[in-house]
Design a binder for this molecule. Structure first.
Ligand SMILES: [Zn+2]
Length: 348
């Protein structure tokens, strides 16, 4: 009888183990959903969000959409609301400055500065929000990997809406869809060892002020932040790659090679994009190293990786619309970021 029990137990263990293996997909085979990316881009770049200008109703609506998705994906709110509650929203104050034009193509931009709350002396003060949600890791949960994008854009000029589909509904959609990919694993009991912080900034177009505020008022010590993967414009292709569109520019600056190597390995094991380092220099004339939110983390000595598609004629124009996004390439780039984050979150 005893040996029968042992055999039964062995069979049971074998069956349970086999079922678990069948039920748990290999994470390296997980891709970020293309249909979800498309849904997010079309929503964020729709006319109803009026170009998502920081401090306007369009930005507030976009923040609400991002927050809803973080909540749906079971992320933890990280900003202190009061003594008992937390919030997905981080509010900050700023003063808008004059409109300026620069660059080759009459590109429009407004410069803004962080400010104290409004007072009798300064009534020009507006407010805006960053949106943040945390996936808490397991044994290394105090070490944090940030995946970020800015969700603001240029708003309206008269009747013209700057929908900002590539800049940066594409990056925002990536962060939201990557959070969904992580959540689908968590629901199957597969959790990362390190924590993942999903951050969506406003105030980028006005001078990176949303991320500047986050870094100054972070609920986490900068020493806990292992790296920042920043996504800004990942849905289009540039002239250089018009025939071979399977690429992504990567900028890491002086970041340690461990992050760079991890991204290279994740890429080879999964989407196999051609990684282009042409702009990866702090002295490059295009200055991309300084032009998105990762720069505020780099200034604090945190390793950064900036994913982007380069330049195209619709950059900062009303013609940057959702129908022009290449969703297949967007899916590959978002998957590369997801896989890189997963590898960074699970050191061997
Ligand atoms: Zn922009």
């Amino acid at each position: 009888m005893r040996i029968f029990y042992i055999r039964s137990a062995s069979i049971l263990i074998y069956v349970v183990f086999t079922l678990q293996c069948l039920a748990q997909p290999s994470v390296s085979e997980v891709w970020v959903s293309e249909s979800l990316l498309k849904k997010h881009v079309y929503t964020l770049a729709s006319d109803s969000l009026q170009g998502r200008e920081t401090g306007t109703i369009g930005q507030f609506r976009a923040a609400g959409y991002c927050l809803e998705n973080f909540n749906k994906n079971h992320l933890q709110p990280i900003f202190q609301l009061d003594s008992v509650g937390g919030s997905f929203l981080q509010k900050y104050y700023f003063t808008p400055a004059l409109v300026s034009f620069f660059g080759r193509m009459a590109v429009v931009a407004k410069r803004s500065e962080l400010s104290n709350p409004p007072s009798a002396e300064n009534s020009q003060v507006l407010f805006a929000h960053n949106v943040g949600g945390l996936l808490v890791g397991t044994d290394l949960k105090n070490e944090i990997i940030i995946i970020s994008a800015h969700y603001d854009h240029l708003g309206k000029q008269g009747n013209l809406i700057y929908n900002g589909a590539d800049d940066n509904a594409s990056g925002t959609a990536s962060v939201l869809a990557i959070a969904a990919a992580f959540d689908s694993l968590v629901q199957q009991g597969i959790k990362p060892r390190r924590s993942i912080l999903f951050l969506l900034f406003s105030g980028e177009e006005g001078g990176l002020i949303g991320s500047q505020y986050f870094v100054a008022a972070s609920p986490f010590a900068m020493s806990q932040i292992l790296c920042n993967l920043n996504v800004d414009m990942v849905g289009r292709t540039d002239w250089k790659h018009r025939k071979k569109t399977n690429y992504c520019y990567l900028i890491t600056g002086k970041s340690d090679t461990e992050l760079k190597q991890t991204i290279e390995i994740a890429n080879q094991q999964t989407v196999k994009l051609s990684i282009d380092y042409s702009y990866d220099s702090e002295n490059d004339p295009s200055q991309f190293y300084y032009r998105s939110d990762h720069y505020n983390f780099a200034k604090k000595g945190i390793p950064i990786a900036f994913f982007m598609d380069g330049e195209h004629p619709d950059y900062h124009q009303p013609s940057d619309t959702a129908d022009k996004i290449n969703y297949n390439i967007l899916q590959k780039r978002a998957t590369l970021i997801f896989q890189s984050a997963w590898m960074m979150a699970n050191p061997k």
